[in-house]
Design a binder for this molecule. Sequence first.
Ligand code: ASP
Length: 585
Amino acid sequence: MDLSTSMRTDMCGRLTAADAGRTVSVCGWVATRREHGENLAFIDLRDRTGIVQCVVNRSHDLRSEYVAKMTGQVRLRPDDTANKDLPTGEIEIEITDIEILATAEPPPFPLDERTDVDETIRLRHRYVDLRKNRMQHNLRTRAAVNSAIRRGMEEQGFVEVETPMLIASTPEGARDFVVPSRKEPGSFYALPQSPQLFKQLCMVGGIDRYYQIARCLRDEDLRADRQFEFMQLDAEMSFVDQEDVFTAISHTVASATEAVTGVRPTEFPRITWLDAQERFGSDKPDTRFGMELVELTPIFEGTEARVFQAPCVKGIRMEGGMEALSRNQIDALVETCQRWGAKGLAWMKVIDGESGPALDAGVAKFLSADESTQLVTALDAKPGDMVFLVADERRLVRHVLGLLRLELGRPPVNEGGLNFLWVVDFPLFETINDAGKPVPAHHPFTMPHEDDWALLDESGEALLDVRSQAYDLVLNGWELGSGSIRINRPDIQNRIFELLGIGEEEAQAKFGFLLDAFRFGAPPHGGFAFGIDRIAALLVGETNIREVIAFPKTQSGSDPLTDAPSAIDAAHLEELGLRVLPPAT
Ligand code: ASP
C-alpha cells in the first residue's frame, strides 16, 4: 500500500537496493545516532515500517527520538558495510536536508527489544513503548484479526449491530462496573459484562444473525489473560442447533488465524467436558502434548497400600522423567500438589527390571507385584520414565493431576502449533451451594441437554449430572470463548429460575425485559463469544494479553498513564447525589 504523503515520498523500512539513485524524503523518529567526529553521523530513522540508515555529512541537532523529515539520495552501502539482517541493510540515504519536526526529551527507557523494562514504566509512557517493533507488530496483527473476523462473519450473512454501554445488569455472573445517574441520583447504570441480553433481543427482533466486536467489562481480579475491559467477537443466530454455531464460529476463527499465519486451520476436534476432565484434568485442555491422565482406580480395588485406598486413583507418565527431574524438583512437586489440595503425590521411577520395565523408589515398595505390573502396563511406562499418582476424590484427582500435567509438559506459548478444540456437553450446574441450590455454570438462559430434561425434576447432587447445550472453544489450553443454545421455552426457563432460587419478582426485576420479549415470539437461538485479546496474544506468541492491548491496565487495575481510577471533585459528587465514605479500616 502506498503510504506517501505531502511530507514523505517513502517509508523508512521499505527502501531497497532498487531505490538506489532516487531522491527520497522519509519522516520518523531518531532511533539511534552514531557520531563519527563533527561532520559525519549515521542516524537510523524509524517509522512504522522499520528503520533506514541516514548519513549526515555535517553538524546537526538531532537527538534520540526527535521527529524529523530527512531528504536525500538513496545509495548502495559499500559491500563490507551492508547489513544482511536488516531489510534496508543494503542501502543508506545520503542526507541533503534535515527538517526537525519535533524535539523530544530523552526517552524514559531504551526502545530496543532487548532491554527488560518494568511494566508500570512502560505503561506510564505507553506512547513511547508503542514505537517498539514488538508493539507495532502486535497491534497490526490484532487489527488483521479484527478485520478477518469482520470478513468471516459478513461472508456468512451476520449483521453488525451495536448495543449500548449504559445498561441494566447482565447475567454473566461477575461483578458489574456501575455508572451513577445524574438525572436520577441514587440510580446506576451497569456497564455490560457482555451484550448477552441484547443479542437475544436481536433474535426476537428478527435480525437472524447478529455479530459485534464488543467491549465487555467485568470487575474481576486481573490475571495475565484477563483485563477489566476486553474485546470479544459476540454472535447470535436464529433457527440453529449447536452444530450450526460451531460451523459459523470455526469458519471465522479459521479466517482470523489464516490472516496471521497464512495457514488455514482445518481441524476443530470435539471433546466432551467429562472426557476433558478425565483425560486432561481440565475443561480447557492443552492438547499440544500428551501426558494424559490414566485411570488406575480398578487396579487398586482391594489394595493393601493405604495411600491408594481412595475413591479414585489416576496417574501420569513423564517420558524421560528420571533424567529431567532432580530429587529437589520432585520434592517441590509434591509440595505444589499439596498446595493444590492433594494429600500427597506418589511418584515412582521406572527402571529396567528382570522381565521388562519395573517400578522403583518412592511408594513402589508398598505395592503388590501384581499392582506394579498392572501399573506399568496401564501407564505404558518405559525405563527412564517417572510416574506420578494421586489418590483422592475424583474431582480433586483430576484437578491436581491436570495442573501437574501442565507443569511437567506444557510447551512454551509459541511452540507446538495451534490446537483448537471444542469442549461440549458442559454440566448445567457447577456445584450445589451451602443453601442446597445449584450454582449455574453459565448464565441462566443456557438450554439443558435435551436428553437430560427429565433430570431437572431432581434435586441436590443429582442435578450435577444435567448436561447443558453449552460449549467452549479452547486454543492451546486457553479458553478462547464460550456459548450456548438458549432456552426459548417458558416452562424450562421457569424451572431453571426455580432451581436457582430466582423468584418471579427477582427474575422480573433482573431480566424482565427479556422475558417480556420472549412472550412476543422468540425463535430458537444460540450463540457464542470469543476473546479477541486472547486469540491475538496466542497468534503473536505472547503469554500476556496486555502485550496486544494498546492501553491496558496494570495487574492491580490502575492505569499509570492517565492515573485512572481517580477521585472526582465535590461538586461532581454532589450533582450525582453521592457521598464517599472514608476507607474502611
Ligand atoms: N455471553 C457469553 C459470554 O460473554 C457468551 C455467550 O453465551 O454467547 O461469555
